[in-house]
Ligand binder design. Structure first.
Ligand code: ADP
Length: 476
């Protein structure tokens, strides 16, 4: 059996701000069950992690982490959950804060985490053959693994879940927090700054991203976030593997968060919806389609397009609910919108997993007109709850949602190509037309019910990448 170590900053069920946590929480299970690989995961031990988990953790050891001229202590904990071994790195200074990101020294916090991961490799009775790091917070582990070789034969994979976030800091971080020769600056510097993501792109044996379309898009300036040149250089080692979702976890027939469980029955979706409207204080209007958004409130998610056309759209006989937190600009806008349309729209500005599930279960349409979208899990969750996605054709949205075609009867959602508000409005008006036509609506729902995005295929693709990386001689 081959040994993998995942390194990441979030992972369900312990700590989540977005799709990264879902992936790190479910891919190891799939790899272990379907592909017979042993996968362990290492994470920071945030204060925010629930005591239910903390109480189950076993203390392993403590050690010093050298950061430039000074030392910081780290403690290592372990927890086995659902047959996966998780390691947690604790530090009183960096990880005992509220929330998990958004601090002025986030860069330093995850540089510390990366050094601590390297150090912990000396203390674990586990010898990974592949270190698989996710997003910029884990990027420096890839560079350190390659430079310091804590395990000589260990290979590295870096997965880009979102290129926009790169962990960029002033270059002096290299002198302050590393004990490496100056010759290593070049691999970690980009555009005059220290860049965690670039460090990983430079040092990784293989680079993956979370959909085939995004893997192509990011080599171009429009999607490349200033680093497309580096991705072009490494394009032979860059692969797109579509994310899956944990179909046991996201399952409307057993999800305990729902009012009523169901497989495909619209009647039961409606029962959920009626109760949901009571819960969130929006009058239920029989016969109107319900459109929802569940997202981080950031520009990436196409919210300027939504903002531009929502008043016009709400002239139609529709209802709209948004659940999200993020930029105050959007929070204010949606709160105001809800107050202007008390019978038609509601905005819940919080992060609430249970409510998210009840929304997926109640809605007819899920809007995701992203400006860019590496993969997107929300549209997959929506499909899983038999809610029709309306998306822009970019990244993983393009790879998972096929626009409904009345002539052929194919397609599991609706889409538009250009980042243009009225293209979104046109497609939204078209959804109303299809919703009102029983034959077309049923034919679309049949396709929605058949859509499947389990990890099976993707786990197989990752397993192939690992197997190619590990020399024959050391495969266990
Ligand atoms: P991203 O990773 O860019 O945030 P994804 O679509 O890949 O986007 O994943 C988002 C995940 O976070 C989904 O599981 C979605 O349901 C969840 N989510 C986003 N915002 C909220 C919220 N306010 N409350 C509950 N869940 C949320």
């Amino acid at each position: 059996m081959s040994n993998m170590l995942f390194v990441a900053s979030e992972c369900t069920p312990f700590i989540k701000t977005g799709g990264l946590a879902d992936v790190v929480g479910s891919l190891p299970q799939a790899l272990q069950k379907e592909e017979k690989l042993e996968v362990r995961v290492i994470l920071p031990l945030y204060d925010e992690i629930d005591d239910v988990w903390k109480n189950q953790m076993e203390y392993l050891t403590a050690f010093d982490v050298q950061l430039g001229w000074r030392k910081q202590e780290a403690q290592l904990f372990m927890l086995v959950h659902d047959q996966i071994t998780y390691y947690f790195i604790a530090n009183d200074y960096y990880f005992t804060r509220k929330g998990i990101y958004g601090y002025y020294d986030d860069g330093e916090r995850f540089v510390f985490f990366s050094h601590a991961v390297m150090e912990s490799l000396r203390h674990l009775d586990y010898r990974p053959q592949v270190l698989h790091a996710h997003d910029w917070q884990a990027g420096i582990t890839v560079a350190l693994a390659n430079i310091m070789k804590p395990i000589e034969e260990m290979k590295t994979i870096f997965t880009i879940h979102n290129l926009k976030y790169q962990g960029v800091m002033p270059l002096h971080i290299f002198d302050d927090f590393f004990n490496l020769g100056k010759e290593h600056i070049a691999g970690m510097e980009w555009d005059g700054m220290f860049n965690c993501l670039k460090s990983a792109l430079f040092h990784a044996d293989k680079i993956t991203t979370v959909s085939p379309t995004y893997a192509e898009e990011i080599k171009n300036p429009y999607y490349g976030e200033g680093i497309h040149g580096m991705l072009q250089e490494r394009s032979d080692d860059l692969l797109g593997v579509l994310n899956g979702i944990d179909t046991k976890e996201y399952n409307p027939s057993s999800d305990p968060n729902l009012f009523v469980n169901y497989r495909t029955a619209r009647l039961k979706k409606r029962q959920n919806r009626i109760k949901l409207h009571e819960e969130i204080n929006l009058p239920y209007k029989e016969g109107t389609p319900l459109y929802i958004i569940i997202t981080r409130l950031v520009e990436q998610k196409g919210l300027y397009l939504v903002q531009h056309i929502l008043d016009e759209f709400l002239e139609e006989d529709v209802q709209f609910i948004i659940l999200g937190t993020g930029d105050p600009e959007f929070e204010n806008y949606f709160a105001d919108l809800a107050s202007r349309y008390p019978d038609k729209a509601q905005a819940i500005l919080s992060f609430d997993e249970g409510l998210a599930r009840r929304l997926y279960a109640s809605a007819d349409f899920f809007l995701m007109p992203s400006k860019f979208e590496p993969c997107g899990l929300s549209q997959l969750i929506a499909l899983q709850y038999k809610t029709v996605p309306v998306v822009r054709e970019t990244g993983g949205l393009k790879d998972t949602v096929i626009s409904y075609n009345e002539l052929t009867g194919e397609g599991n959602g609706f889409s538009f190509a250009n980042y243009n508000a009225h293209d979104l409005l046109n497609v939204l008006r078209y959804t109303i037309k299809i919703y009102a036509n029983t034959t077309e609506w049923q034919s679309l729902l049949k396709n929605v019910n058949k859509s499947q995005f389990s990890w099976k295929n993707s786990a197989q693709q990752y397993a192939e990448i690992y197997t190619k990386l590990i020399p024959e001689s050391i495969i266990g």
